[in-house]
Design a protein around this ligand. Structure first.
Ligand code: CAA
Length: 259
């Protein structure tokens, strides 16, 4: 459990690691150093054989209130182009193990985009989502026009991106942005429960399942079905596939070894 400036991390003993964004004086605004720490922590967990699923959360007041506006304010085009601003954020979506996001409070701009880079979102009743960038004279820059549109559909995404209006946990659930809404004080526990359920399974199979679902966002149906089939057949190269089916036949619990 390393010490970070902007995070609190906890490695639990049941295959679950928890990352909490911790920049309370700025509602977890996602400054460059915070995102650097987050990507670094997630990559370490991804490479850690003891970790099978990750929970990412913020505080009760804010998951994250967006990219750091004060950090961006005085940048010019040449600077943001040369540094490829926000490109490194996408590394969150390249983590191979599942990330369950627990969103309480504000998930605005980059905060909403960060949640959408995760695999499952569970929202607290007080969650507030939005892509308010238009109010700042800019547009979403970390997936808000792309991932949000794929999730909630064109009309609502257009309305949210063009008006900057915030939306609540109930609408987020209705439109499939989040799996479910729970009382705010139970969000993190619920995420941990989901992550623990995942962590009972075989790591290579968990990774393949996440990868295939994510490919559905990239590929045509026919290509996606082929991709899935190849991965499905690939599980027959794993001893955990044989163990899982043998345990079913023998009416016992499987003993997966991640091989
Ligand atoms: N960047 C930098 N600082 C931020 C911030 C942000 N995105 N959001 C909040 N803060 C800071 C505030 O400046 C304030 O700091 P000070 O006390 O030093 O003034 C502190 O956090 C607390 O915020 P407020 O006093 O504003 O709290 P509030 O309860 O009155 O309002 C809020 C909460 C509605 C979330 C409001 O803070 C807000 O509108 N924040 C900005 C939201 C936003 O526009 N996000 C999009 C950013 S752009 C982006 O993300 C681009 C992208 O695509 C990646």
């Amino acid at each position: 459990n390393k010490t970070w400036e902007y995070l609190k991390t906890e490695k639990r003993d049941n295959g679950v690691a928890v990352v909490r964004l911790h920049r309370p004086d700025a509602l977890n605004a996602l400054c460059g150093p915070l995102m650097g720490e987050l990507v670094s922590a997630l990559k370490t967990m991804d490479a850690d054989a003891d970790v099978k699923a990750v929970v990412l959360t913020g505080s009760d007041r804010a998951f994250a209130a967006g990219a750091d506006i004060k950090e961006m304010k005085d940048k010019n085009y040449a600077e943001v182009y040369k540094e490829s601003m926000l490109t490194a954020w996408n590394e969150v979506s390249e983590i191979r193990k599942p990330i369950v996001a627990g969103v309480n409070g504000f998930a605005l701009g980059g905060g909403c985009e960060l949640a959408m880079m995760c695999d499952i979102i569970i929202a607290g009743e007080n969650a507030v989502f939005g892509q308010p960038e238009i109010q700042l004279g800019t547009i979403p820059g970390a997936g808000g026009t792309q991932r949000l549109t794929r999730i909630v559909g064109k009309s609502l995404a257009m309305e949210l991106v063009l008006t900057g209006s915030k939306f609540d946990a109930q609408l987020a659930e209705k439109r499939g942005l989040v799996s479910r809404v729970v009382p705010t004080d139970q969000t993190v526990d619920e995420c941990i429960r989901v992550a623990e359920k995942i962590a009972k399974f075989s790591t290579p199979v968990i990774i393949a399942a996440k990868d295939c679902v994510n490919q559905s966002q990239e590929l045509s149906l026919q290509q996606g079905l082929l991709y899935e089939k190849a991965s499905f057949w690939g599980t027959f190269a794993l001893s955990d596939r044989l163990e899982g089916m043998t345990a079913f036949k023998e009416k016992r619990k499987p003993n997966f070894t991640d091989t």
